[in-house]
Design a protein around this ligand. Sequence first.
Ligand SMILES: NC(=O)c1ccc[n+]([C@@H]2O[C@H](COP(=O)([O-])OP(=O)(O)OC[C@H]3O[C@@H](n4cnc5c(N)ncnc54)[C@H](OP(=O)(O)O)[C@@H]3O)[C@@H](O)[C@H]2O)c1
Length: 323
Amino acid sequence: MRAVLITRYGPADTMRVGEVEAPHAGPREIRIRVVASGLTPADTYLRAGRLRESIALRLPHVTGVDAAGVVDEVGAGVTGVAPGDAVFGLTDPARLGGAHAEHAVLVAWAAKPTAWSWDEAGGAAGNVETATRVLDRLGVGAGAGRTVLVHGAAGGVGTVAVQLAAARGATVVGTASEGNHDLLRSLGAAPTTYGPGLAERVGALAPGGVDAVLDCAGGTLPELIGIAGDAARVVTIADLDAAAHGVHLSHSAPVTEMDGAAVGDADPMAVHGLRAAAALAAEGRLRVPVAATFPLAEAAAAHELSESRHARGKIVLRAGPDA
Ligand SMILES: NC(=O)c1ccc[n+]([C@@H]2O[C@H](COP(=O)([O-])OP(=O)(O)OC[C@H]3O[C@@H](n4cnc5c(N)ncnc54)[C@H](OP(=O)(O)O)[C@@H]3O)[C@@H](O)[C@H]2O)c1
């Protein structure tokens, strides 16, 4: 099958599409014929070798951690899904890849909502998993976190986090460049710009204070802690200095720690919010803003757009035609 490959560490133009053997679904897994898959900043860090000290990739490495497509293999022990079903989901987080290809093996999935295009579904799962994990940790919708600040709200994770927080009943403030403020309003957040004076601007939008902060941008934890009033009310997904500030840095967990006993069955939270997100999508309450779509062969251009740090929403790779 064709797949986007990291064959050596380097700039975006070192990526190439090559032939690799198609994977097969193991126990509790499914395989899909991929229609669309999401690009995340982590794909670019892996390619550039920024994570090589801590993560040893076996090269060639097939990139991508989430995808949508049509089921074409069902592993042992899997129920509730059959070949021909349209789904979206996650590859095994321990593999850090496998989605930017014509076939992908998923360890967690949900039925693709008909309200979503293939591009939206292809870019959804990773951001839904991340946003769900962090909002759960912050207690948003469970008594805490009535007012939430999403810092870096116009990106892939931020756009989904804003909507999930709003769906949990929170009042949401989001930071973005001015050109993305209408987008944030349309997703349910009161927008403001990031940069100097953030605390004052957020204070004006949330005079009752901020109960929880999701940092999707990094680099400004002291200010975010000041806004929340307590480091325990801040969770970052993007700041490697988190520990020095007493802030929790949230990572996706290996599948064995992801409530693995229920992965693939009927419990929505067992699939990391995927089914809950699909239900919201069906009600028209969750969309996945797509910044741009590229064919697999143009993965390098997709990486360059991600590295600009100003894509509006999710960058998606197309592996095949609509099903
Ligand atoms: N730990 C985890 O589990 C996990 C999971 C997913 C992602 N991440 C990390 O989380 C970060 C966000 O991921 P993503 O997929 O949402 O990225 P993304 O889609 O590339 O985010 C781009 C957004 O970042 C905003 N931005 C750029 N510079 C900013 C700044 N100085 N302050 C605030 N916002 C800024 C941009 O907003 P404007 O264009 O409006 O300026 C843009 O909309 C990345 O570092 C990624 O590696 C971590």
